[in-house]
Design a protein around this ligand. Structure first.
Ligand code: GLU
Length: 471
């Protein structure tokens, strides 16, 4: 079992770069790391990779926090800022220098370009080979320099990846990468390794666009004598057409999904299934995902984003969720779209109506649209479709119906019987009554059943709305 490869506590992390919105792929990687850590009783850490000062913004960092919180991916301890750890990164580079695992390189951009040009002309590898690699320190000029890793030139580097299997890289294809720039700032490659080591990360689960980096990063681990983490490089998410998921296919930002009204448990379920499987299970709860998640279940092939499947799962989760949790999701959704908050009365109504709303809505806005009858207050203003059901004949009918409901016992059986009898007496069918009743009670053409609406809003409100419509 992979889980046993590292003795002791499992530590995973998600390390997003705050350079824009939070991508759905980052959310999925975060979810995998979170599920694995939670399943193993370990820790899940968050590191903001803000080394690129020009591109990193506080807004993008906030978007990451918001996305993580919405998805319920709670991280242990404080989030770590990579930029703040620059002195520690430099310290490691200098330690490698002192141990002879790294070297000062004084080559200028022009010299590197000339080297490449000459190599190209000779048909050789253009990978830069610094003349300073084995130079005598006595010959060092007093000039700006970078610190490069003294990477092995012979042989191979094999990454034992839980998802990809053994992946072999020829060392001749990996250059002596820069660890510390001439201004003393660390490179991304160095920072990632030092941070992962210092944070005690045992399992690196990330996108497979980082697989090549793993081959180079492991040389830093070797040079420092640090144990390698377990690697699991997860294939990227593709669009339905098999091309890399992009805006062209639809939303790629986590927050957009919240704004479209998918509840977080549905999103977690969908993202977990996107690239990981447990038998044929499609719908599962958070508890099941935590119990079942394993690195072996991560698919080797890239997965395609299927919007229909997300909708379907979302509907199932809405139907299965308890009312209070669903209310929490609705409130978070309304906040995310900057809509008005629900009043206490609206929340009460919504909770009473939930039983007849949650079975047929795939997203929260669809549920809220069905809930208009309990959210709106008199006078109910019919929308265009509903208004068509309120012609003079139906208005009159609603007026005539009202006295029949005045003394009826307010339960489903009696209401059904009363409406059916009324329809019969009018020589019509209940079906003909339903449209005008929906229009009067909800101002909509598509609503929960007329009886459910009457039961939820009660006798007085029902009568008042019917009278409003009749006059
Ligand atoms: N910051 C990198 C990214 O956003 C992740 C690096 C890593 O997971 O090692 O893609």
């Amino acid at each position: 079992m992979v889980e046993d490869a590292h003795a002791g506590e499992v530590v995973t992390r998600i390390a997003p770069s705050p350079t824009g919105y939070m991508h759905i792929g980052t959310a999925r990687t975060g979810l995998f790391n979170w599920l694995f850590a939670r399943k193993m009783g370990g820790k899940f850490l968050l590191r903001i990779e803000d080394t690129d000062r020009a591109r990193s913004t506080p807004e993008a960092t906030d978007a990451i926090y918001r996305g993580m919180r919405w998805l319920g991916l709670d991280w242990d301890g404080d989030a770590v800022s990579q930029a703040e750890r620059a002195p520690r990164h430099a310290e490691v580079a200098l330690e490698m220098l002192a141990k002879g695992q790294a070297y000062k390189c004084f080559a200028t951009q022009e010299e590197i370009a000339a080297f490449r040009e000459a190599a190209k002309a000779e048909g050789k590898s253009t990978l830069f080979q610094s003349p300073w690699r084995d130079a005598d320190p006595a010959t060092f000029p007093d000039l700006p320099h970078v610190i490069r890793l003294k990477a092995p030139r012979e042989g191979e580097t094999v990454i034992h990846d839980v998802v990809q299997g053994d992946v072999t890289f020829k060392n001749s294809t990996l250059d002596d990468m820069i660890l510390l720039r001439s201004d003393g700032t660390p490179t991304y490659m160095l920072a990632v390794v030092v941070d992962d080591y210092d944070m005690g990360v045992t399992h690196v689960i990330r996108g497979d666009d980082h697989l090549n980096n793993a081959a180079r990063q492991c040389h830093i681990y070797h040079a420092m004598g640090w144990p390698l983490p377990v690697y699991a490089h997860v294939p990227l998410i593709l669009g339905p057409d098999g091309k890399k998921l992009s805006k062209r296919h639809g939303a790629t930002g986590v927050e957009e999904y919240q704004q479209m009204g998918y509840p977080a448990p549905a999103m977690r379920n969908y993202l977990a299934r996107l690239g990981w499987s447990h038998g044929d299970d499609e719908f599962f709860t958070d508890a099941q995902a935590r119990a079942w998640f394993d690195l072996e279940g991560i698919n080797k092939a890239a997965s395609r984003f299927d919007f229909k499947k997300l909708d379907h799962l979302s509907g199932q989760h809405i139907a299965a969720m308890d009312n209070m949790s669903l209310m929490g999701e609705i409130e978070a959704y309304l906040t995310s779209i900057e809509a008005e908050e629900l009043s206490e009365a609206q929340k009460d109504g919504l909770l009473r109506a939930m039983y007849c709303l949650k079975g047929s809505a795939r997203t929260l806005p669809v549920l809220l649209e069905k809930a208009v009858f309990v959210l709106a207050s008199r006078p109910i203003v019919p929308d265009e479709k509903a208004a068509k059901n309120l012609d003079d004949v139906s208005r009159r009918m609603l007026g005539e119906l009202t006295p029949h409901l005045q003394n009826a016992s307010w339960n489903r059986e009696t209401l059904e019987a009363t409406l059916n009898e009324f329809a019969e007496a009018k020589d019509t069918k209940f079906g003909k009554l339903a449209g005008p009743l929906r229009a009067a009670l909800a101002g909509r053409a598509a609503t929960p059943s007329v009886f459910d609406m009457m039961l939820v809003i009660g006798r007085a409100e029902t009568l008042a709305r019917l009278q409003d419509a009749a006059t």
